[in-house]
Each structure stands twice: as structure tokens, then as C-alpha cells.
Design a protein around this ligand. Structure first.
Ligand SMILES: O=C(O)CCC(=O)C(=O)O
Length: 246
């Protein structure tokens, strides 16, 4: 489902913008559900906030927080990109909302866990990859994700905290776009200088041999699992559990 030129861009740059992939109605519903979950978790005193002044917020375990998210994470073109990078048996590592509230500072460039914890040289093939879902237009002003093209080939180096790199660029695009990012690319969210929250989803995937960030087989409720498609069950890790204990 990826064209040869899309595959080439992923190989060469380490990221690929799938512009306007998600229909406008779905994007609007995803945004509304995401902000409503973020608000409920704040009201319940259970919110995960981060960055200075709690200006950014994550909502975890989305597969268990609405059918719209169960469906979203199976988006065929996004999954084709993940399968190209991570193998056809790749697993969902985590699916989260990421809200940057007005004033959220630049989060700094990083590579994704667990690559950041590995000895160097890191593997020269993708181990984890993220899909950043633009539920708003992502702009230079509201915190569009920054990437350093080709940095996934720097197998020994890590971005220096606070450094600005000349080849770093913000990936802007209309709401409904999905940015595929090899987890080894130096990337991160930027400052939100506007007075409107920048809402995104992060569908983070890993090779099936890795331990996912969230243990979906324990965290997702039985009702979701019982109606899950074979694809969703596979993404939640049911097929990658070793079957040696019976
Ligand atoms: O929300 C974004 O723009 C990127 C988030 C990110 O880099 C991450 O969670 O690894």
C-alpha cells in the first residue's frame, strides 16, 4: 500500500508525511474525544501532564477508551507504513493523545524508547516507529513536530539537549495528516505559541520481539478484546505471546 517513492522517503529521510489521510469528520470526532478524555482525566485528578507548567498532557491506553480509537489504530495506510518499517507482525507499543496547551515549550529532540537506552552502535534497521496524527493543522506556530532528516543513520550519536540543529525542520500539514516517524530519527514537538491547544495522537509501534510500552493484553478490557478484529488482536500482542506454557 506504500508507493516505491514513499518507501524511499522513509528509507532516506526517516519520516513520511501522509497528507490528509483521515477524513475531516473522523478527524473532528477524534479531536473532540481526545480533548474530552484529557479534561475528564484532569477532573479525576489522574492526568499525566509534563513539560514546564504542566503545559502538555498525555492520555494513555486509547484502545480501551472508545471504539473510534479501536478503529483508528487499524488505519490501513498507516499500518502499511508500520509494517514496511517493522515487519508484518509488528505490535502496538502504545496509543496516546498528546495535547500541547498554549505556551507548551519545545520538548527537545530525542529518539524513541527503547533505542535511547541501547548501547551504541544502535541497530541500522527500524526497531520502533511512531505515527503522529494531526488533529489540528500542524503549523510553525502551534508546535508542529520537528525532525532531522536522515538522523536515523547516526547510529552512535544522540541529539544534545537544548541544541538547535541547522538541518532540523518542522513538519507542517493540514489536520487529518499522519506523520510516520522512524523512532531513530531525532524528533520532538515544538513550542505552541498560539492560544489554542495543538491536539495529536501518537500511535507508537514496535517489532514483535520487543516489549511494548503498554501491556495491552492486561490493560484492554474483555469487551474490547471480544469484538476485536484479527488485525487489532495481533496489534495488541495476542499473536506474539509465546505459546510454550501449555
Ligand atoms: O507530538 C509530537 O509532535 C511528537 C511527540 C514525540 O516526539 C514523542 O512522543 O516521541
Amino acid at each position: 500500500m506504500l508507493t516505491e517513492s514513499e518507501k524511499d522517503r522513509l528509507d532516506k529521510d526517516g519520516f513520511l508525511l501522509l497528507e490528509s489521510l483521515i477524513p475531516p469528520n473522523t478527524t473532528a470526532q477524534l479531536r473532540e474525544c481526545s480533548l474530552s478524555l484529557a479534561t475528564s482525566e484532569q477532573k479525576a485528578g489522574k492526568s499525566h501532564t509534563y513539560l514546564a507548567n504542566h503545559c502538555a498532557q498525555r492520555v494513555w491506553n486509547l484502545v480501551d477508551k472508545g471504539e473510534i480509537f479501536e478503529e483508528a489504530i487499524q488505519q490501513p495506510k498507516m499500518l502499511a507504513a508500520m509494517e514496511y518499517l517493522l515487519g508484518t507482525d509488528c505490535t502496538l507499543s502504545s496509543f496516546t493523545v498528546n495535547v500541547l496547551y498554549p505556551g507548551a515549550p519545545d520538548a527537545g529532540l530525542h529518539i524513541d524508547y527503547p533505542l535511547s537506552a541501547l548501547p551504541t552502535p544502535r541497530p541500522n534497521f527500524p526497531m520502533v516507529a511512531n505515527s503522529v496524527w494531526f488533529l489540528d493543522d500542524f503549523t510553525l506556530e502551534n508546535g508542529a513536530t520537528s525532525c532531522v532528516p536522515g538522523s536515523h543513520r547516526r547510529l552512535e550519536a544522540l541529539p544534545e539537549p537544548g541544541m538547535e540543529y541547522a538541518d532540523e525542520k518542522q513538519i507542517c500539514g493540514p489536520r487529518g495528516s499522519v506523520l510516520i516517524v522512524n523512532g531513530a530519527i531525532w524528533h520532538g514537538s515544538s513550542e505552541n505559541k498560539t492560544n489554542i491547544p495543538r491536539v495529536g495522537l501518537l500511535g507508537f509501534f514496535c517489532r514483535s520481539i520487543l516489549k511494548p510500552q503498554q501491556a495491552h493484553s492486561n490493560l484492554v478490557s474483555d469487551s474490547v478484546i471480544s469484538r476485536a478484529t484479527p488485525t487489532l488482536k495481533r496489534l495488541l500482542g495476542f499473536d506474539s505471546l509465546p505459546n510454550m506454557n501449555t
